[in-house]
Design a protein around this ligand. Structure first.
Ligand code: SAJ
Length: 433
């Protein structure tokens, strides 16, 4: 029986051992999903803290029940480890490592390369899948050459695919198992093996003709969001000039039952995907001699929003004869988006840094984060009260977490600058973006 037939048989009969490299917000849910379906899963992570916390039943990913992970570990269906040699007894290996941007807006695929080099040590009759979001042709240009270095033949001795991760942190409506999976292999055999594997845990699998198509589809998804969020942000600036509510404009436009999808303005665009992934595409396009314009312009507009928030605040305080220097400001919510505790690329960081540099006295409250120690900011969360709310010159709603008592704040704060439209009906002490 050749490698393809052997792998197909093992995957179909859940006899295939699965290796997942990277137990973050992508890899860990994947490991749990496959373990729950009866596969033996080895989760390899270089961060021993992740392994310790999993073995103690502690949560470090918002979408994972740590007790469920622990019970799978106790049943020996899921084996989290820092020991990469376990990959030698895996039949399928899925790479879920970070793909950040370097300071100079260049893709950093060093984690992908490191994972490929680790796999190379143990490569033998395996299906390898890259899930980390990256520029088109990363699978072909970064992963494949390393694996070929073993002398083993692609599509004969090993199989290779790209399949994009689609995770919406804190979104209960779309758990991993309900999000269709796009799969692109170097041949139909690679694609088929990966489709069979994913179809064991995900309702809909969508094969495409190459890894590049799968890689680029993912970037279209996130660029779509980047550009439309930028459009909503630009409309916020225009509507402010017009003296009308951008929120009311969007609610009205939303009544169109076709051809429109609402996006909302905000204080800026955070997270480890939307602000970053599209720049992977513009970087690759530029290398191919094509300068993208939409992505660069949208990034510019989104990056302007924190500055715009400060501009609006200065005007607001000025109209009340309060100078920003020495003003007491409370930032409500600092995570990059609602109901998550992730700070990556959060606009709140730039807003706080700027306020502090202008001499404002800044405090923050975020139910998910007890302290803020990042980029020179070192603040402990405050618990707001009837008494202390009155001492702030302005409360800025930066992240609209659900578990905040907005009414209490409205009834006790002197001035609220709402950048997320939590106060849909406004109020005499409330100004919205
Ligand atoms: N934001 C706005 N206005 C909007 C929507 C979002 O200002 O109308 C802001 C958010 O506050 C946040 C940022 O944009 O700061 C990104 O929000 P997001 O929900 O688009 O991004 P992520 O990174 O949490 O999750 C996204 C997924 N989100 C959705 O599809 C709703 C999806 O794009 C990807 O599956 C995922 O990134 C990923 O892993 O790529």
């Amino acid at each position: 029986m050749d490698t393809y037939a052997l792998l197909k048989n093992k995957i179909q009969n859940k006899k295939a051992n699965i290796g997942i490299i990277g137990l973050g917000y992508v890899g860990l849910p994947l490991a749990i999903a496959f373990s729950k379906k009866g596969y033996l899963v080895y989760g390899v992570d270089t961060n021993s803290k992740h392994i310790e916390r999993l073995n103690k039943g502690e949560r470090y990913i918002v979408d994972i029940d740590p007790q469920e992970a622990l019970s799978l570990i106790r049943k020996k269906r899921f084996v989290p480890t820092i020991d990469a040699s376990v990959l030698g007894i895996c039949d399928c290996i899925i790479i879920c490592v970070p793909t950040p941007l370097r300071r100079v807006k260049m893709p950093d695929v060093s984690y992908v390369l490191a994972a490929a080099k680790t796999i190379k040590k143990y490569l033998q009759n395996q299906l390898i899948i890259l899930e980390s979001t990256s520029y088109p042709a990363t699978t072909r240009e970064v992963v494949l050459p390393v694996l070929r270095g073993t002398g083993q033949r692609l599509e004969k001795d090993f199989f290779l695919c790209f399949s994009s991760e689609r995770v919406n942190p804190a979104d209960k409506k779309f758990p991993l198992t309900k999000i269709p999976k796009v799969v692109g292999g170097f041949s139909e055999k690679s694609t088929e093996l990966a489709c069979i594997l994913y179809s064991r845990i995900i309702n809909k699998v969508f094969p495409v003709s190459s890894p590049e198509v799968a890689e680029t589809a993912k970037l279209l998804e996130n660029t779509f969001r980047l550009v439309n969020i930028a459009l909503a942000n630009e409309f916020a600036l225009v509507c402010n000039k017009l003296g009308i509510s951008v929120w009311e404009v969007i609610e009205a436009a939303k009544t169109k039952p076709f051809g429109f999808m609402p996006f909302y303005p905000g204080p800026g665009l955070g997270g480890h995907c939307i602000p970053i992934d599209p720049l992977y595409l513009s970087w690759k396009a530029k290398k191919l001699g094509f300068k993208t314009k939409m992505i660069d312009l949208a990034s510019y507009i989104n990056h302007f929003m924190p500055k715009y928030v400060i501009e609006r605040l200065e005007k607001l305080l000025g109209s009340r004869d309060v100078r920003l220097k020495g003003a007491k400001i409370l930032i409500l919510g600092v995570a990059y988006k609602k109901d998550v505790k992730d700070l990556r690329e959060s606009p709140a960081i730039e807003i706080i840094e700027t306020l502090q540099s202008k001499g404002a006295n800044v405090s923050f409250h975020d139910p998910f984060l007890p302290y803020l120690k990042i980029d020179g900011i070192d603040l402990k969360r405050i618990e707001f009260s009837k008494k202390n709310l009155k001492t702030f010159d302005c409360v800025i709603v930066v992240t609209d977490h659900s578990n905040i008592d907005y009414n209490f704040i409205k009834n006790n704060a002197r001035l609220i600058f709402d950048t997320r439209n939590v106060y849909k009906r406004g109020g005499e002490n409330i100004i919205r973006l």
